[in-house]
Design a protein around this ligand. Structure first.
Ligand code: HEC
Length: 307
């Protein structure tokens, strides 16, 4: 019996050993694979499609870029902005994404090569200090000044419904970007404004943060949502800016009191309830009235017979 227990422990120990040593190993890629050049130019189109692929296929483990909120696995799925990922050559990234290792899935046949390169272009666009190169269209922009300290501006990129908030410091007519501010974007709601990013996002070297607009967010009857960006870390005064955009799902408010229902006032109660109620009331009173009538008749008959 005892011997069995030792055997089990020994099996568990030696069984785990390769996993333990393996997980700590540096992930090396052959020089031929590492030298592979990226054939896809890193333009807006490629970066945008890489971004949506990343969000769909990688974000669940690697987290939001720059936030280090990946899954707590061992080894950890690194943040795409981290040096560990960025110091890979493009070819090495392709190899690792294609082949996977341990908990990192093998995407060789799941994502076609061109899309892998798009993801790599996106990952490169996240490199610290580099601008997000996805500012393609600027449908709305509102700048609100706050006494020369910090200004926030909204910019919207429609293809992927991205909100970009830029923090600048106006100095002698020039707007100087302010990096390192914590910004939170809210959608205005009736009771408590809805945060679109859980933790404050830190502005990059261009003073910008990017927030994805949640596709399912309801707006007003024509889909307008009032957005609010606030500096939540970095300055003591509250700095905020708001802008409206028609990206929400149109939502028509139906007053529950305008429909017949049990909780509604008497005349808005359901028909079946009104019918059965008045049916019973009329029935009972009708019966009583009928009885009184019959008793009246009896009295009449009695007086006729007496005479
Ligand atoms: C199921 C979780 C999971 C998903 C999904 C996932 N990864 Fe990973 N990834 C990991 C883990 C865990 C590691 C660390 C593996 C290791 O070092 O053994 C990793 C490592 C990596 C590395 C290597 C980093 C290094 O050590 O150089 C790259 C690059 C990478 N992932 C990119 C991606 C991309 C791109 C996607 C989406 C197409 C993706 N991953 C999807 C879990 C995941």
């Amino acid at each position: 019996m005892n011997r069995h227990i030792y055997l089990i422990f020994a099996l568990i120990f030696f069984g785990c050993l390769p996993v333990l040593t393996y997980s700590q190993a540096v992930w090396t890629v052959s020089s031929a694979d590492a030298a592979k050049k990226n054939p896809v130019p890193a333009n807006d189109k490629s970066v945008n499609s890489g971004k949506s692929l990343y969000n769909a296929q990688c974000k669940s483990c690697h987290g939001d870029p720059g936030k280090g909120n990946g899954l707590p696995l061992v080894p950890k799925p690194q943040d795409p902005t981290s040096d560990i990922i960025q110091k890979n050559s493009d070819g090495a990234l392709l190899y690792k994404i294609s082949n996977g290792r341990g908990a990192m899935p093998r995407f060789k046949d799941v994502i076609k090569d061109e899309d892998k390169w798009n993801i790599i272009n996106y990952i490169r666009s996240l490199k610290k200090g580099k601008t997000a190169s996805s500012e393609t269209s600027v449908p709305d922009a509102i700048i609100q000044s706050f006494e020369g300290k910090v200004e926030l501006a909204f910019r919207f990129v429609d293809s992927t419904k991205t909100i970009i908030v830029k923090a600048v410091n106006p100095k002698e007519g020039v707007l100087i970007p302010v990096p390192g501010l914590g910004i939170t974007v809210f959608a205005k709601r009736y009771f408590r404004d809805l945060k679109l990013n859980a933790d404050a996002l830190i502005t990059n070297a261009d003073g910008e943060v990017e927030v994805d607009f949640p596709g399912s967010l309801p707006g007003d009857s024509i889909g307008n949502v009032l957005l609010l960006a606030r500096v939540t870390e970095g300055v003591s005064d509250s700095v905020a800016v708001s802008a409206q955009i028609g990206w929400g799902k149109p939502f028509v408010y139906i007053n529950p009191r305008s429909e017949r229902s049990l909780w509604n006032s008497t005349w808005m109660a359901p028909w079946w309830l009104l019918l059965s109620y008045f049916g019973v009331v009329i029935g009972v009173w009708g019966t009583i009235f009928y009885i009184v009538l019959e008793v009246g008749k009896l009295k009449k008959i009695g007086s006729q017979q007496a005479s």
